[in-house]
Write a protein that binds this ligand. Structure first.
Ligand code: GLU
Ligand code: MG
Length: 429
């Protein structure tokens, strides 16, 4: 690999686009030390680069892109393009202090509050994606030819992720034609979200270099399977002991965390399913999790509890709660921050573990669902924004909410103006 000529410093902003500045490599150290000026309104751009007319920043103000020197990846040299160092950055106030509209900073803050309550969160991200432009016409789902179609790209992705100390546990062919799934190793929540950003960018970059286009959009083609992001969450105490599962069931604390999320699922979805295209994916009986319930190994529940092997005391040290109602149009930092905010409230209120659902909730009658407190999750972005509003200032602050709400409303307008919004989003997400 030849040496990088430029370093790029980016932040994964409110429309889940990684935007930033690049500087010649010899200026990188200075940029890391002092940060770079950044226009506040930039975090409010939509996926198709429109500016919300009601965003709180307008032409005014100044923030700073503050790189995290520990989060660097090196993209390989390609025909016509030198190698490039890419750093993740927070957006801060000019003096380096917390700025509400930065998702990565919001996650750090939520993790501090979770830790003050006695817990740490680990996550394992699974991303589904399509790779458009492959010449193989039909490889059966999950098949060897399906995997071989992208084996060369996948190997390069592994090599590139390794430059950041990251990797993948799987790169497999998924159900849809030219749909794939990548699973990332379990990490502390911040590192997991950082590596999710690297994974998306590296796969997009490797695809583009081959004349292909990778897309993490939730439903690029209405006639094909959707692409979800599934997040396996586990809680750990501050001594590093796992506290998520015992006797093949959630522990009381994990149950309360899950119950808190399910109680406020509509508000949580404002962050985890944030584009109109997210709601093209979320449908009952399509393995998405369109009901606010939890079930052991149930892929139609918003949270699938996965116990994995028990130890000799009956504990399930590798248990996880898989949150299924998110996708690649969501900012992973805000997604985790919202899950923590709702889950932490569930722990605070000592909510009871949700009663497990062991069938597709769509097959229950309306009366049975009502009796068990199971709700169909909303089917539009407008509905979840209304649900998020009353909680937003307490979760993330007033300025954050004014910015975020303007971005999401603008996305609704962008979608209404486009004849083929899913495909449009799939070109950038
Ligand atoms: N593609 C499905 C989704 O949109 C998930 C399929 C699976 O369980 O892997 O979430
Ligand atoms: Mg899958």
């Amino acid at each position: 690999m030849s040496s990088p000529r430029f370093a790029f410093f980016g932040n994964h902003e409110l429309s889940a686009i990684f935007r930033g500045r690049s500087v010649p490599i010899e200026l990188a150290d200075g940029a890391i030390k002092s940060g770079m000026p950044w226009v506040p309104t930039n975090v409010c751009l939509s996926a198709s680069n429109t500016i919300p007319p009601d965003n709180p920043f307008g032409p005014m103000g100044e923030t700073r892109l503050m790189p995290d020197p520990k989060r660097r990846i090196t993209l390989p040299k390609r025909e016509g393009r030198p190698a490039m160092d890419v750093y993740l950055a927070d957006i801060t106030e000019p003096d380096g202090s917390f700025w509400e509209a930065c998702g990565r900073s919001q996650l750090k803050r939520a993790l501090k509050d979770l830790e003050a309550a006695g817990y740490k969160l680990k996550v394992g991200f699974e991303h589904e994606l399509y790779i458009n432009g492959l010449t193989e016409i039909s490889a059966p789902a999950y098949s060897l030819p399906g995997s071989r179609a992208v084996a060369e790209l996948a190997s390069e992705v592994l090599d590139t992720l390794a430059t950041a100390g990251a990797g993948l546990d799987q790169f497999m062919s998924e159900f849809g034609q030219h749909q794939f799934e990548v699973s990332s190793p379990v990490r502390g929540a911040l590192k997991g979200a950082d590596e999710a950003v690297f994974t998306r960018e590296v796969i997009r970059d490797a695809a583009l270099a081959r004349g292909l286009r990778a897309t993490f959009a939730p439903k690029p083609d209405l006639s094909q399977a959707g692409s979800g992001v599934h997040i396996h969450m586990s809680l750990w105490d501050t001594h590093g002991a796992p506290v998520t599962g015992a006797h093949d069931a959630p522990t009381p604390v994990a149950g309360a965390f899950a119950a808190g999320i399910l109680r406020q699922i509509e508000a949580v979805m404002a962050y985890t399913a944030p584009t109109p295209n997210s709601y093209d994916r979320i449908a009952p009986s399509s393995w998405v999790g369109a009901f606010n319930c939890m079930g052991v190994k149930n892929r139609e529940a918003a949270i699938r509890f996965v116990p994995r092997a028990a130890d000799k005391d009956g504990n399930n040290p590798a248990a996880s709660m898989e949150y299924r109602l998110t996708d690649g149009s969501a900012n992973p930092y805000l997604t985790l921050a919202a899950l923590i905010r709702a889950g932490l409230a569930g722990i605070g209120d000592q909510l009871a573990t949700p009663v497990g659902v062991d069938q597709d909730p769509a097959t229950l009658s309306d009366e049975e669902r009502a009796a068990r407190g199971i709700r169909r999750v909303p089917s539009s972005l407008a509905q979840v924004l209304d649900a998020a509003e009353p909680l937003a200032a307490a979760w993330f602050g007033e300025t954050f909410w004014r910015a975020y709400r303007s971005v999401r409303r603008n996305e609704i307008n962008d979608a209404a103006k486009s004849a083929d919004y899913g495909a449009q989003l799939a070109r950038v997400i």
